[in-house]
Design a protein around this ligand. Structure first.
Ligand code: GAL
Length: 755
C-alpha cells in the first residue's frame, strides 16, 4: 500500500512538471513513458492497477526488437498522462481530441480510464487463446491508429491524470506498437480537411490533355470552414505553371466533393498538381500535391516483336505450356523450328503445348509474322529438375480484392490480362490468393467456398486464354484470413491442385505459428518440406512460392525445400515508406538468387489496389511507381501485379509493358542486382546481364529533383560504354568515366551500359 502511494506520488509530480512545461503545447507526445507487460488481464485496463513493476518500452519499435524475441500473443501497454484543458483552450478547432498511436501489429483495443475507446483487428485463429474471437472486425494491422473522441466525452479527464491502456495481440509478426506518430492533440484543420487523390484515376485525352479528379473531404461532422481553394499544375523541370485556378470555397461538415481539373501537358513531362485551402479567419492553410502521371515508353510498333522469357524450364512428363509473347499488328502467325518431339505450337495464338520425356536442353527458333514483316528469336527449353528459370510474371488477387476474391473476379482479371495486351509482353500467371477455401470433406478433399463454384472449370478457362493459374494455402490449420489451411492434408491438397490444373502455389506460414511458436530453422523448413514432397509427387509443374515473411533468412535455405521463390519481407503497402524500406534492403539476399530460386520482396502496388472490396488508386506517386518497377526488375523479383486489371489506366499499362525493362527482370543469367552505392540522397544498383552488359538503376531518395552521379569505376566498367535509357527506349550515346543523370523526386532512371 505504502509502495503504491509513493508510486502515485512520483506520478503526480512528474505529471505536474509535464503540465507546467507543456502548458502551451499543441501535441502531448506519447512516444516515451510507456509501461509494458506480456499476458492478458482485463484489470490492466483500469487506472487503479499498479503497473509499477512493469518494464518500460519504446513504442516506436516492435517488442521483438526490444527483448521479447519470438513472443506472440497478448501484451499490454500503459501510460499515465495529464491532459491539460489548455490543449482545448488554445486550439483553433475545439470539438475533438485525437489519440495517435502509430501502428500496432496485429490487433488492438484501446482503453481510456478503463473504458474502451476504439479497436482495430481481425478474427485470428488461435487454438490456445479462443478469447481472441472478440476481434470480429476484419481490420488490417498496417493502418494508422487514430482514435478520436468528442471534446466533451466524459471518458476524458481534463486537467487530471488519465490512463491509456492498449491491449494488443500479435499473431506471428514483430509484435506491438511501432511507426509514428504518437501523441494527443485536438484535431486541427489538417485532421479534418483532406484532399483524396486516390479516389479517382486520371484520363489522358486527345490533344495532350489530362483530366484529374480528386475528392475534397471534411471529416468533421460539425465544423464548417470558409476560405479559398487554389489549384496549380507546375512542370517539375522548370517550375512553369501550366494550370491555375482560385475559387472561394465553403467546406461544410461531412463534405465529400469531387473536383475535376483538365489541362494540356506534354505526355512525357513530369509535373505536379498542388491544391491548397486557405481558411479565411485564421489564415491557416492545408496543402497537398499529386504527381501528374507522365509516360516515357513508346507504344509497341506494328511490326512483330517477340517478348517474354528466353529460357523455359520444365520437368520430364509434366504438361508443357508456354505462350510465345509477341506484339505487332494482328493477325500474327506463330511458328517454331526445331521444336522437340512431343511439343506443338498453335500457329494462331503462339501456345506451345505437349510434354517432353527426356532431360536436356533444346534450342527452338521461334518466328512471328504479320503483313509488315517477321521477328525471330531463340527459346531455350531446359527439361530438368528446376522450373521457373525466369521470375514469374503475373497477377495476384490479394492487393486488390483481399478476401473478397471470387471466381468472377478471377475470370475478369484473366480476360483483362489478355485484352489489355499484358499477355503479349510475357505476363502469364493469374493467382488466387486467400479466400477461396471451404472445409476438407470426409475423404480429405479440400472444398471450395460458394465464391468458387467450379475450380476445375475456372482453371480450364484461364488456360484457354493462354495463361496459367495459381492458388494459395497455409501449412497451418488456418490461413491468415481464417480459412482452412493444408495442415495434415498436404498430399490430398497437392493432388487436388494438380487435378484442377494449378500451376503456382503460394504457401503462407500463418497459423503454423501456433504449432511451432518459436521455431528453429529446422522447424521452419519442416512444413515447407512436407508440401514439397506432396507437390513433387503430382504430374504437374507447380511453381512453389514460400511465404513466411523472410523468417530465419529463408533466402539461405529456400532452395533446399524446393522453393522457386520466397518472400523476403512482411506485406508491402502502397506507400513510399513501405516500398523504399523493402526495396532498398534486398541487397542482403542478392547472393542467393538464381534461375528457379527467386527472392520475392512482395507484390506490386500500382493501379487500383485496396485489399478489397473497396479499392483506391495507389498512393505511390508516379515517380515512386517508376522506382518500384525499376527496382523490382533489377532485383529479379517475381512481378505479380496487385491491382484490378479491369480498371487499368494508360499510365499503369505503359509502366507494365516496357519490354526492355521486363527483359532485365527476365534475363536468363538470373543475377539479382547488388547495391553499388548508398547515400542518404541516392542509391545505385546494378545487375549483370547474359550478354555482358549491365542494367543499372539510379534512385533519388530525396523529395527534390536530384542529379545522381555515376562513376564507372564503381561499376567496374572500363572504356566508354554505350548507354541506353530503358524507360524511354532511347540510345544516349557513349559515356565517359563520370556522368550525372537528372532523377525525379523518389524517382528512378534505368539504363543499360554495353561495352
Ligand atoms: C499474408 C500474406 C499476404 C496474403 C495474406 C492472405 O500473410 O503475406 O500476401 O497472402 O496473408 O491472408
Amino acid at each position: 500500500m505504502r509502495k503504491m502511494l509513493i508510486y502515485a506520488g512520483i506520478l503526480a509530480l512528474s505529471c505536474f512538471i509535464a503540465c507546467k512545461t507543456n502548458n502551451e503545447q499543441s501535441v502531448l507526445p506519447l512516444d516515451s513513458g510507456w509501461k509494458f507487460n506480456t499476458g492478458d488481464d482485463q484489470a490492466w485496463a483500469t487506472a487503479a492497477y499498479n503497473d509499477g513493476s512493469w518494464k518500460t518500452i519504446d513504442p516506436k519499435k516492435n517488442w521483438e526488437d526490444q527483448g521479447y524475441k519470438g513472443y506472440d500473443g497478448f501484451a499490454w501497454y500503459r501510460m499515465h498522462i495529464m491532459i491539460p484543458s489548455s490543449l482545448k483552450a488554445n486550439a483553433f478547432i475545439k470539438d475533438s481530441l485525437q489519440i495517435q498511436l502509430g501502428r500496432i501489429d496485429d490487433c488492438d483495443q484501446v482503453f481510456l480510464n478503463g473504458e474502451l475507446i476504439g479497436e482495430n483487428g481481425r478474427t485470428i485463429y488461435n487454438k490456445k487463446e479462443p478469447s481472441i474471437e472478440f476481434f470480429k472486425e476484419q481490420g488490417r494491422w498496417y493502418v494508422d491508429r487514430r482514435y478520436v473522441l468528442a471534446a466533451n466525452d466524459p471518458r476524458i479527464r481534463w486537467d487530471q491524470e488519465n490512463l491509456i491502456a492498449i491491449r494488443s495481440y500479435d499473431q506471428g509478426g514483430a509484435g506491438g506498437l511501432n511507426g509514428k506518430p504518437f501523441g494527443i492533440s485536438m484535431a486541427d484543420l489538417q485532421d479534418h480537411i483532406k484532399f483524396d487523390f486516390s479516389s479517382a484515376a486520371f484520363t489522358f485525352g486527345s490533344d495532350s490533355t489530362i483530366t484529374k479528379k480528386f475528392t475534397i473531404l471534411n471529416l468533421s461532422g460539425t465544423e464548417e470552414f470558409k476560405g479559398k481553394l487554389t489549384i496549380d499544375a507546375i512542370l517539375n523541370d522548370n517550375g512553369i505553371n501550366i494550370y491555375s485556378e482560385c475559387t472561394g470555397m465553403d467546406i461544410t461538415p461531412k463534405l465529400k466533393l469531387e473536383k475535376s481539373v483538365t489541362f494540356k501537358k506534354n505526355l512525357a513531362s513530369p509535373a505536379t498538381l498542388k491544391v491548397t485551402f486557405t481558411e479565411s479567419t485564421s489564415g491557416k492553410t492545408i496543402t497537398d500535391q499529386f504527381e501528374i502521371p507522365y509516360i516515357l515508353t513508346p507504344k509497341p510498333g506494328l511490326k512483330p516483336m517477340i517478348n517474354g522469357a528466353k529460357v523455359f524450364g520444365v520437368r520430364p512428363y509434366s504438361p508443357f505450356q508456354f505462350k510465345v509473347a509477341a506484339t505487332g499488328k494482328p493477325p500474327l502467325r506463330y511458328s517454331a523450328v526445331d521444336l522437340p518431339q512431343g511439343l506443338m505450337i498453335d500457329a494462331a495464338n503462339g501456345l506451345i503445348t505437349g510434354s517432353l520425356k527426356k532431360k536436356g536442353d533444346y534450342k527452338v527458333k521461334l518466328m512471328v509474322e504479320n503483313e509488315l514483316g517477321f521477328a525471330r528469336r531463340e527459346l531455350k527449353i531446359v527439361v530438368g529438375d528446376v522450373i521457373s528459370l525466369t521470375p514469374p510474371l503475373g497477377w495476384n488477387s490479394w492487393n486488390c480484392w483481399g478476401l473478397s476474391v471470387s471466381d468472377q473476379k478471377i475470370r475478369q482479371s484473366a480476360n483483362a490480362m489478355k485484352s489489355s495486351g499484358l499477355i503479349d509482353h510475357g505476363w502469364t500467371y493469374i493467382n488466387i490468393d486467400d479466400g477461396w477455401e471451404d472445409k476438407h470433406d470426409k475423404d480429405g478433399n479440400i472444398l471450395t467456398n460458394a465464391k468458387f463454384p467450379n475450380m476445375k472449370g475456372l482453371c480450364s478457362y484461364v488456360h484457354s486464354l493462354g495463361l496459367k493459374i495459381g492458388i494459395y494455402s497455409s501449412p497451418g490449420p488456418k490461413t491468415c484470413g481464417g480459412y482452412e489451411g493444408s495442415y495434415t492434408y498436404e498430399a490430398k491438397d497437392a493432388q487436388n491442385y494438380a487435378n484442377w490444373g494449378i500451376d503456382y502455389l503460394k504457401y503462407d506460414w500463418c497459423s503454423y505459428g501456433t504449432l511451432a511458436p518459436k521455431p528453429s530453422i529446422d522447424q521452419m523448413k519442416e512444413p515447407y518440406r512436407e508440401m514439397k514432397h506432396a507437390i513433387r509427387k503430382v504430374n504437374r509443374d507447380i511453381h512453389y512460392s514460400l511465404c513466411q515473411y523472410g523468417m530465419g533468412d529463408v533466402w539461405g535455405w529456400g532452395a533446399e525445400v524446393d522453393g522457386n521463390s520466397w518472400r523476403t519481407t512482411g506485406d508491402i503497402e502502397d506507400t513510399w515508406e513501405s516500398l523504399s524500406a523493402i526495396g532498398f534492403s534486398q541487397g542482403k539476399c542478392s547472393p542467393w538468387s538464381a534461375p528457379g530460386r527467386w527472392n520475392d520482396p512482395d507484390m506490386l502496388v500500382v493501379g487500383w489496389v485496396g485489399w478489397g472490396p473497396a479499392l483506391h488508386y495507389t498512393r505511390l506517386t508516379t515517380n515512386e511507381q517508376y522506382t518500384h518497377i525499376t527496382l523490382w526488375s533489377l532485383l529479379a523479383a517475381p512481378l505479380l501485379i496487385g491491382c484490378d486489371l479491369s480498371q487499368l489506366d494508360a499510365f499503369t499499362l505503359n509502366l507494365l509493358t516496357n519490354d526492355e525493362v521486363l527483359a532485365v527482370n527476365q534475363d536468363p543469367l538470373g543475377k539479382q542486382a547488388v547495391q553499388i552505392k548508398k547515400t542518404d540522397d541516392y542509391e545505385i544498383w546494378a545487375r549483370d546481364l547474359e550478354d555482358g552488359s549491365q542494367a543499372i538503376g539510379l534512385f533519388n531518395k530525396t523529395e527534390k529533383v536530384y542529379n545522381v552521379p555515376v562513376d564507372l569505376k564503381d561499376l567496374n566498367i572500363k572504356g566508354k560504354p554505350v548507354m541506353r535509357d530503358l524507360w524511354s527506349q532511347a540510345d544516349l550515346g557513349k559515356v565517359c568515366t563520370h556522368f550525372e543523370m537528372k532523377t525525379q523526386p523518389h524517382g528512378a532512371r534505368m539504363i543499360r551500359l554495353t561495352k
